[in-house]
Write a protein that binds this ligand. Structure first.
Ligand code: TXA
Ligand code: MG
Length: 322
């Protein structure tokens, strides 16, 4: 089992010696290692059981540090950085040779983010290298939003989990890059597209195709729970499953179902708030997946703002089954 605590000095010492530490961020917990140390980066891939063609995001605490491992930042992305960092935004930037190829899977861009979490920002300030950190879950499973989630799945493989409480956003960062002068969103996430568009104008969203794994986190089955995950109209689905008598779980936006006990039904936000729903999404999926159900029934949320990113994750969870 990993030790869980808030000791930044301990996390720093482990990271400096090439070990991995799970770190809290506002989006999800990350599995962090020294991004400039290829051995530490290789450990990240093996602990996560992640294919090495899937590049990592590097995390740091200031734009000055970002400039140490990127070439000139294109103007629109620079404006986004100025507005939204620290925050749930990852930028694809032209990389300097100092960034190991293993981090970027040989691509000439590196994914960078300044996360918004006081504990992790303090840790990053004390380090003289950036942290490569994918979400701290086994490849293909739901991202962790608490230290306990990390302990459950990776606890026997890492020495330390820095505990920063539950992630406040709850969805991974929005990934943005530039192609032929056009701003592209590669992964919908915790920063709303509308907010990005207020700074750089209309953007193109390329996050829907699983046949274009430029960002392999876009692969359809990426968020699959162990139970089957079925998306549809809950008013119709629930009575059908109630009749056939097999145990099932319900993940609804806000509605409650009469004679279904609490551990088998979860509301993402009883007051119908999308930010609250985002924050609860992965924890509720995990909770339903851990009670003894063979299927989880879920519904799409309003396809607006953060609802778009939540629906993206729900659709991927459902696609994992076919
Ligand atoms: O919120 C987040 O972004 C969290 C926290 C820990 O920061 N991290 C995270 O990392 O979600 P991960 O590894 O689970 O997802 C990173 C995604 C992957 O889909 C990867 O393919 C994509 O970023 N990516 C990384 N570098 C890339 C690059 N150079 N070009 C295109 N996509 C890239
Ligand atoms: Mg991930």
């Amino acid at each position: 089992m990993a030790q869980i605590g808030t000791d930044i000095e301990k996390a720093k010492a482990l990271l400096e010696s090439g070990e991995l530490v799970a770190i809290p961020t506002e989006t999800v917990y990350g599995l962090a290692g020294n991004a400039l140390n290829p051995d530490a980066v290789a450990k990240i891939f093996s602990v996560k059981n992640r294919p090495s063609f899937d590049p990592l995001i590097i995390h740091t605490d200031s734009l000055e540090k970002v400039r140490k491992f990127t070439l000139d930042i294109p103007a629109p992305l620079d404006r986004l950085a100025a507005h939204f960092w620290p925050g749930p935004l990852t930028l694809l930037l032209p990389k300097k040779p100092i960034v190991p190829d293993l981090v970027t899977s040989g691509l000439d861009t590196v994914a960078v983010r300044i996360p918004q979490h006081p504990l992790t920002l303090r840790l990053l300030e004390t380090l003289d290298f950036p942290l490569a950190a994918p979400s701290a879950n086994p490849f293909g499973y739901i991202s962790p939003t608490t230290a306990a989630h990390v302990q459950d799945q990776l606890g026997d493989k890492i020495p330390y989990i820095l505990d920063g409480g539950p992630s406040q956003v709850g969805l991974e960062s929005t990934i943005v890059g530039l192609e032929n002068g056009e701003v592209i969103v590669y992964r919908l996430g915790g920063l709303e597209v509308a907010a990005i568009e207020t700074i750089v104008g209309p953007v193109k969203i390329m996050a829907h195709s699983s046949s274009n794994p430029k960002s392999p986190g876009m692969l359809k089955s990426h968020y699959a729970p162990k139970a089957s995950f079925i998306l549809g109209d809950l008013e119709k689905l629930v009575p059908i499953y109630q009749k056939n008598g097999m145990p099932f779980g319900i993940l609804s936006f806000s509605r409650k179902f009469q004679d279904i006990p609490e551990p088998f039904q979860k509301q993402l936000s009883e007051k119908g708030d999308l930010a609250e729903a985002a924050k609860n999404l992965f924890a509720h999926m995990r909770a339903l997946d851990s009670v003894d159900v063979y299927v989880i029934l879920a519904e799409l949320l309003p396809d607006d703002g953060l609802g778009k990113a939540i629906n993206d994750r729900l659709k991927r969870a459902a696609a994992g089954e076919d």
